[in-house]
Design a binder for this molecule. Structure first.
Ligand SMILES: *Cc1c(COP(=O)(O)O)cnc(C)c1O
Length: 394
């Protein structure tokens, strides 16, 4: 599995946001620069920076960003192939702030049924309070055209979707959106700009959680928004108005993690493929969700639009009860029970798909087990799964 833009992606990842002049010398890694107040030579200088800062990235005040964060912005812009990037305190904030920036009362937004679940809570709490209408479209996009309304302003995608990795034909979705003057935003946390590039496929805005693979070490949370040049101004302005920034220490941690993304991802992917193939052959497993498997429902689009896979895979047991899933999860020793993913360690979590999806019927197999395959030896992980599947007593 040699990704089409793997070579380009790897070089971009290493060259972006590098080397800063410090005291007359150049260091490879940008240092952590902690600052709230920035000093100016004169009032005229202060006024000049204030005038330019809405459009240009100039250092003016800590709440408007810091040089360490700028370096990380550059890495993410490079990876996603965008115009510019803004960083936010969490991946969820990147999503909600993008929605706030793009929508106003009376607008309608279409959200994928495969969306990261907390976005549903946000829709219930915020959209209803601010008279923004929303509907969920089927994760493969088949009903999008039928759901469009005169005031549809934004289509929000996440491909592959959370938990079951449904893939949408993003170029087709972009054509449909743009033919009606509608913006297309996509959550690219799964693809990190390295396995998938929604902006190149027609999206206007990409949101992501560097919390996951860019960090790679399960010790920091962060969000990012990257846009095309055309979509930049309103998003940037709204983020400034809300005072959105990140700490330089957090930016530095993600920057450090990002440099080894290209080394880590293939290990996650190879391990996950081994585990997925093994799980599919087990009689106690009813279905495995992993687009890199040739018989996965999303395999054709995955082959067309993606350059690789990562460590995420999910499955449902033949015994569809919640207690069977819990017994298996609790019998595992090498998979920590925990949310999030993208770190070096293997994780397992339980999802109730009847809560996580509303436009699709999951009542036959509601309890989905999601694995994040870490950097451990896949043989050890498979042995752990085998023991747990046999032990759980059904
Ligand atoms: C984790 C995740 C987020 C949110 O990121 P946080 O930093 O945890 O807030 C958003 N989208 C997807 C697809 C995610 O997996």
């Amino acid at each position: 599995m040699i990704p089409a833009f793997d070579r380009l992606g790897r070089t971009r990842l290493i060259r972006a946001g590098l080397s800063t002049h410090v005291d007359g010398g150049r260091v490879v890694n940008p240092p952590v620069i902690r600052a709230s107040t920035v000093l100016f030579d004169s009032v005229a200088h202060l006024k000049d920076i204030r005038r330019r800062r809405d459009d240009e990235r100039v250092l003016s005040y800590g709440a408007r960003g810091n040089p360490t964060a700028y370096a990380l912005e550059d890495v993410i812009t490079e990876l996603e192939g965008g115009y510019r990037t803004r960083l936010l305190p969490t991946g969820l904030a990147a999503i909600t702030q993008t929605l706030i920036a793009c929508l106003r009362p009376g607008d309608h937004v279409l959200i994928t049924d495969a969306v990261y679940e907390p976005v549903r809570h946000f829709a219930r709490q915020f959209f209803e309070r601010f008279s923004i209408a929303y509907s969920f479209y089927a994760a493969d996009g088949r009903d999008v055209e039928a759901l469009l309304r005169p005031r549809t302003r934004l289509i929000y995608a996440e491909s592959p979707g959370s938990l079951a990795y449904e893939i949408v034909d993003l170029p087709a979705l972009a054509r449909l959106a743009h033919s009606r003057g509608i913006l297309l935003a996509a959550d690219n946390t799964w693809g990190t700009g390295y396995l998938y590039r929604p902006l190149a496929l027609g999206a206007d805005i990409v949101v992501s959680a560097p919390t996951k693979y860019l960090s790679g070490h399960s010790d920091v949370v962060m969000g990012a928004v990257t846009t095309t040049q055309a979509a930049w101004e309103p998003v940037n302005r709204s983020l400034d108005a809300h005072g959105m920034t990140v700490s330089p220490d957090d930016a530095w941690l993600i920057l450090r993690g990002s440099r080894t993304l290209a080394a880590r991802l293939p290990i996650h992917a190879t391990g996950a493929l081994r585990v997925a193939r093994w799980l599919r052959a087990q009689s106690g497993v009813a279905r495995v969700f992993f687009p890199a498997l040739p018989d996965d429902a999303n395999h054709t689009l995955w082959r067309r639009d993606f350059s690789g896979t990562n460590g995420l895979l999910s499955f449902v047991l033949s015994n569809s009860s919640e207690s069977a899933a819990i017994r298996l999860i609790e019998a595992l020793r090498l998979f920590g029970i925990g949310a999030s993913w993208g770190g070096f360690e293997s994780l397992v979590t339980l999802a109730d798909m009847c809560q996580a999806r509303t436009a699709t019927d999951w009542s036959r197999h509601p309890f989905l087990i999601r694995l994040h395959v870490g950097l451990e030896d896949p043989d050890d992980l498979i042995a752990d799964l085998e023991r747990a599947l046999n032990e759980k007593g059904d």
